[in-house]
Design a protein around this ligand. Structure first.
Ligand SMILES: Cc1cc2nc3c(=O)[nH]c(=O)nc-3n(C[C@H](O)[C@H](O)[C@H](O)COP(=O)(O)OP(=O)(O)OC[C@H]3O[C@@H](n4cnc5c(N)ncnc54)[C@H](O)[C@@H]3O)c2cc1C
Length: 466
């Protein structure tokens, strides 16, 4: 993440105003900024009103994605007196990351993608620092510092810094015209570029790769979708399910290419990508390249002190990290999944939102609420709906069935219980499957019933009662 475009903020002087200029004689604030946590250290001997103000907790959140923003909202709702600060290196407040693909497709203007403007934070007395990269956390001093030399004190800190798309480690992967996809700004760049492209190559056979393929299709650009194996999202779908997706890609003008990948990119004299060469030596014309091979979690801030990490920051069911007064939420967590009974990861909007909410509740009042969640992730690019839920790539067992040319289902099973699944075409049975997963119902001996075309959770209950 570069800091070149970041602007400075005079936070210290704001604090000074808060400390010196805003207290009325009765100790109640009469305007200006509220003090942050640092104030409690110097104000110990005041009237009860003063004490109430001076006991104010200070919450700092790093990241204004859905995890950070939902935490801020919950903190404000449940701790009206608290100081809440959200710091983000992005130049815009929370927007809908799910919808940026529709913008890149050319199907949506900018406006509906924004979720909060700056006034949303002002109205709630939440301090929002845009264009501000947090560069250090000092857990002993309970402070975080930023690229422009500012320091913020916290009583409780939330890390909600998400991830950054993984770069492809091949020659010319940083060439002009090679795109990764995570931010609204990425979507603007993609849209601007793809509208002028004639040929495209997509790399990364997962949920974000297919978004890039759909963008090519929507923008009427012929694309090749290079995959390492024999099928798209091979860890969650079987061949029959994947073939439905492959046919849908072809209908949109995107050709899946199997047993492929990228050896290197070639560029023109201006450094713009022209060709993708795969490991078999095959060449693909590429005015535009979209890469989605995974996410590197933004964990740099956690390198300088002791905190448990395991390809993500490890949190318990209350979103607590192993470091005192530091919580984490969203994509970057390896959280304790109470349904699975083990630590797990999940990159989805709903899960990140819920984790932010749960973290906030436990930051205010320890161990009040646990994270218990069955996530969903849907795709609406094709003529049929697609939904994955839970952890479709886990489990030692599975059941699957094709119902028609565009209807298919697979359930992932671990220790006889549903832990995730993928539905194509008919999504109606999802609620039954999710219920069984949530309730941790044993279904290991009910495979036929699970695959009934019009499935509901009652089918399992009824069978078990017999
Ligand atoms: C194109 C696209 C499509 C998607 N589609 C779906 C979908 O259909 N369904 C679904 O469920 N999910 C979808 N997702 C995934 C979903 O958007 C994410 O799971 C979710 O947004 C994660 O939220 P988060 O708050 O954990 O992290 P993020 O949204 O990544 O937010 C983290 C924020 O922290 C900031 N930050 C990082 N480091 C620092 C630092 N040091 N200082 C200050 N700020 C920092 C980042 O810039 C960022 O703004 C999609 C994602 C993308 C990119």
């Amino acid at each position: 993440m570069g800091v070149d475009s970041l602007e400075g903020h005079d936070v210290e002087s704001e604090r000074w105003v808060a400390l010196t200029g805003s207290l009325g004689l009765n100790g109640v604030f009469e305007g200006g900024l509220k003090p942050r946590g640092m104030f409690s250290a110097i104000a110990t001997d005041f009237t009860p009103d003063y004490e109430r103000v001076c006991m104010t907790q200070s919450y700092v959140i790093i990241g204004d994605g859905i995890a950070g923003s939902s935490a801020a909202e919950t903190l404000r709702e449940e701790a009206p007196e608290a100081d809440v600060t959200v710091i983000t290196d992005e130049g815009e407040a929370l927007y809908n990351r799910i919808l940026i693909k529709e913008f890149a497709k050319g199907k949506l203007p900018e406006a509906p993608i924004s979720i909060h403007d700056e006034s949303w934070y002002d109205d709630r007395d939440i301090e929002l620092e845009l264009n501000t990269l947090v560069t250090n956390i000092d857990p002993d001093g309970h402070t975080v510092s930023t690229h422009d030399g500012e320091t913020y004190e916290y009583d409780k800190l939330l890390i909600a810094t998400g991830g950054t798309p993984t770069q492809l480690p091949v020659e010319n992967s940083d060439a002009d015209g090679v795109h990764h996809f995570w931010t609204f700004q990425d979507a603007r760049n993609i849209r601007e570029h793809i509208e002028e492209a004639d040929t495209a190559t997509i790399v990364g056979a997962g949920l974000l790769g297919i978004d890039l393929a759909a963008i090519c299709g929507a923008q009427k650009v012929d694309g090749n979708y290079l995959m390492r194996g024999d099928s798209w999202w091979r860890y969650a779908l079987d061949q029959e399910g994947a073939d439905i997706m492959h046919d849908a890609m072809r209908e949109r003008g995107v050709t899946p290419v199997f047993q492929s990948g990228v050896d290197h990119f070639e560029t023109d004299d201006d450094g713009h990508v022209t060709t993708t060469v795969d490991p078999n030596g095959e060449e693909f014309d590429s005015d535009f390249v979209g890469i989605a091979i995974g996410l590197d979690f933004n964990l740099e801030l956690l390198q300088n002190f002791e905190i448990e990490m395991d390809d993500g920051v490890v949190v318990d069911k209350y979103m607590r990290t192993s470091a005192e007064d530091i919580f984490a939420a969203g994509d970057l967590t390896r959280y304790y999944d109470v349904i699975l009974g083990e630590h797990a990861q999940n990159g989805s909007w709903g899960s990140a939102k819920e984790q932010g909410t749960i973290a906030a509740k436990n930051m205010i009042d320890p161990e009040t609420d646990e994270f218990r969640w069955v996530s969903s992730y849907s795709i609406t690019h094709f003529d049929f709906p697609f939904l994955s839920f839970g952890h479709p790539t886990l489990g030692e067992d599975s059941v699957s069935k094709k119902y028609s040319e565009t209807e298919w289902r697979r359930l992932a099973i671990k220790d006889g219980k549903i832990v995730g699944g993928v539905l194509i075409g008919d999504l109606a049975p999802q609620s039954g499957y999710k219920q069984l997963m949530r309730e941790e119902t044993f279904v290991g001996d009910q495979k036929e019933a699970l695959l009934k075309e019009k499935f509901s959770a009652d089918d399992i209950a009824a069978t078990q009662e017999q």
